[in-house]
Design a protein around this ligand. Structure first.
Ligand code: HEM
Length: 222
């Protein structure tokens, strides 16, 4: 057809989904760099005068290790969804997949152990919200791996999408606070994390997005 773009070029052109993934990556990049950098510094230097997270060796490894692993998951889970990663060379997708799922497992396990040892700044309700978050991240990582090995592409895709929503959750937690403070000056939020906004955000950074994803997946199926 005259004027039509060759197929090879069309394949390389980003779709609407790719643009959305790239936008999410770009927005979360400062947080990914912050988390990775903070984690690496906590694992290699004495930050006792700088942050309340630096205490004794075991909790230090857990909290700073989870920050490094978490930064990797937040970066790699969306990258794995990009058509260019999935279609051009399946080996790249497979190797990155193992790295992403290992990082997700470390993030979840280290985060849960840290909560068991030290709790969270917001007390039992925040600890419960974050513990559920960690458990769901582990569930999504395990199912993504299982259905990939089982060669069930539809289920693998659905769980990979759930994993990505959860991977971005930690960034969304901070984004909610930034947007809320910019819009309201911090109404409903206290230093002790006891305000209605704080209570909402203990699970509000992942549960509503997971529900939206389930509705979208259901609509897609029908
Ligand atoms: C998914 C990627 C994740 C990233 C990038 C990440 C990153 C971070 C960072 C940077 C902090 C330090 C707080 C700050 O400076 O804002 C933090 C704190 C924390 N994270 Fe994560 N995290 C992730 C997932 C998780 C998961 C799945 C859990 C639960 C198992 C978890 C549990 C915690 C806890 C308990 C704290 C300390 C909360 C407090 O007492 O202030 N994180 N995380």
């Amino acid at each position: 057809m005259p004027g039509a773009l060759p197929r090879r070029i069309l394949c390389l052109m980003p779709s609407r989904a790719s643009f959305a993934i790239l936008a999410a990556l770009l927005l979360s990049l400062p947080f990914i760099l912050y988390s990775g950098g903070f984690g690496l510094r906590g694992l290699t230097a004495d930050l006792s005068g700088e942050t309340r997270f630096f205490t004794t060796p075991l909790p230090n490894v857990l909290i700073f290790g989870h920050m490094v692993a978490g930064a990797l998951v937040t970066l790699l889970a969306p990258v794995q969804l990009l058509p260019v990663t999935r279609r051009r060379d399946p080996r790249v997708h497979r190797v990155l997949g193992y790295v992403t799922l290992s990082a997700a497992a470390l993030t979840g396990v280290f985060g849960l152990l840290y909560i068991a040892l030290k709790g969270t700044i917001g007390g039992p309700l925040m600890s419960a919200g974050f513990a559920l978050y960690g458990a769901l991240l582990l569930l999504a990582a395990a199912n993504t791996a299982y259905h990939a090995l089982d060669k069930d592409r539809a289920r693998h895709r659905a769980w990979a999408l759930r994993l990505t929503v959860l991977a971005l959750g930690s960034f969304l937690y901070r984004l909610h606070y930034w947007v809320w403070y910019a819009a309201t000056g911090g109404a409903g939020s206290t230093e002790a994390f006891t305000g209605p906004f704080d209570l909402f955000n203990f699970t509000g950074f992942y549960l509503p997005y997971l529900v939206l994803l389930e509705l979208w997946l259901r609509q897609e199926r029908t």
